[in-house]
Design a protein around this ligand. Structure first.
Ligand code: GN1
Ligand code: MG
Length: 364
């Protein structure tokens, strides 16, 4: 075991000689390792402090959120370590350790027997996913949103995203800008539709609640019963609109292929998965107002479009944000997301009808 990692493990009371680390997960931001040892398995994570600039704020947020969820689980008779992200204390009772030189690290209990999926292949999985997202939002309903700081300022602020995109186009190398000519044009041609959703949300007084904000389908753990055990990647939990989580979860779960797929011939949006997910979500999300429900069908498009724009921005900036394996990786991801967004746009009216029919049925 390397010297600095040994010190790290010792700070968590572990014997480095008894520990085996192996990379886990497919996240684009942090580095995550499974920690096998004599005794329960753990998860070690090196946080990306380029993306999350204020680690103390990030970890204060996570302490508040994870202990709130743990309390809820405890009261419901569920083991907190088996039904949520639970931090393990390092020496001195700290929830994280490290510095600029060694990196910033934290540790969690590993939850045994869980599965995660890039997309939802069947309707049951989608239904349970919808319930899982609503359950998560419901658990945070009684936590004051303003206790949570902005771990990434303007994370889902479309105006800010657009400004960053505009800057990236201006500053990009001519090679990358030329390569992405079609995608840059596509972006400008479709901005207005997403802007309209944000405007409607502000005008209809859609409430800001605590939302997860990174509900990619693979950020949900499913237990052996087929139900969602918990959501992971809680670093972006911040005040937001409920449709953020709904949209991002459908962007991934109801897509016919994962966002990494380069062959665009298979890209498409599954309305059957949308319907089942929405059914689960609406059944569980009794806290939603009619105005919140009325915009849900517009959310998947907004999220696929924004995700495409984020990948494109990163491509133009020279791949500084997302982990990449090759130079055109972020551009390929952009093409996947824009193809998906186009399909969603053509289906939007139909998605609205599906939500309207489901919410009528769920009226008492
Ligand atoms: C990142 O960490 P991960 O891979 O779950 C990103 C999300 C994107 C997603 C796209 C903090 O999520 O916002 O939707 O990649 N997280 C952050 O795959 O930027
Ligand atoms: Mg993740």
């Amino acid at each position: 075991m390397e010297g600095d990692l040994s010190a790290l493990l010792k700070a968590y009371g572990l014997d480095p000689g008894d520990v085996q680390l192996s990379p886990m997960g497919s996240g684009h931001i942090h580095d995550t390792y499974r920690v096998d040892r004599t005794g329960p398995t753990l998860v070690l994570q090196r946080m990306n402090n380029h993306v999350f600039r204020d680690i103390p704020l990030l970890m204060r947020n996570l302490e508040i959120i994870s202990s709130h969820i743990a309390d809820k689980n405890r009261r419901a008779g569920r083991s907190p370590a088996e039904h949520g992200i639970l931090l393990i204390e390092a020496e001195g009772g700290r929830s994280w350790i490290g510095d600029d030189e060694t990196g910033f690290w934290r540790m969690f209990w590993y939850i045994e027997d869980q599965a995660s999926f890039e997309i939802a292949e069947d309707r049951t999985l989608a239904y349970e996913g919808g319930r899982g997202i609503a359950h998560f939002q419901g658990m945070l309903e009684d936590l004051d949103p303003w206790r949570i700081g902005e771990s990434i300022p303007g994370f889902h602020d479309f105006g800010i995203r657009l400004e960053k995109f505009e800057q990236a186009v201006k500053k990009a190398s001519s090679v990358r800008r030329d390569e992405a000519t079609d995608e840059i044009r596509y972006t400008w041609d479709h901005v207005a539709h997403v802007e309209a959703l944000y405007k409607t949300s502000a005008m209809e007084n859609i409430p800001l609640r605590l939302t997860h904000n990174d509900t990619k389908f693979n950020n949900m753990l499913f237990g052996p019963s087929g139900q969602v055990t918990c959501l992971i990647d809680l670093d972006t939990v911040m005040p937001g609109y409920c449709w953020y989580d709904f949209g991002d979860a459908l962007r991934t779960s109801a897509s016919m292929v994962p966002e990494e797929e380069r062959d665009l011939s298979g890209v498409g949006f599954r309305t059957d998965i949308f319907e089942s997910f929405s059914k689960g979500y609406l059944e569980e999300a009794g806290f939603l107002t009619d105005d919140e429900i009325s915009v849900l069908h517009r959310a998947p498009h907004a999220f696929a479009f924004m995700q495409g724009m984020r990948f494109l921005t990163d491509y133009l900036e020279g791949d500084v944000y997302y982990k990449t394996d090759r130079s055109g990786h972020n551009l390929d991801r952009t093409r996947n997301q824009y193809a998906l967004a186009s399909e969603m746009l053509s289906l939007e009216e139909k998605l609205g009808q599906i939500i309207a029919a489901l919410s009528e049925k769920s009226q008492p």
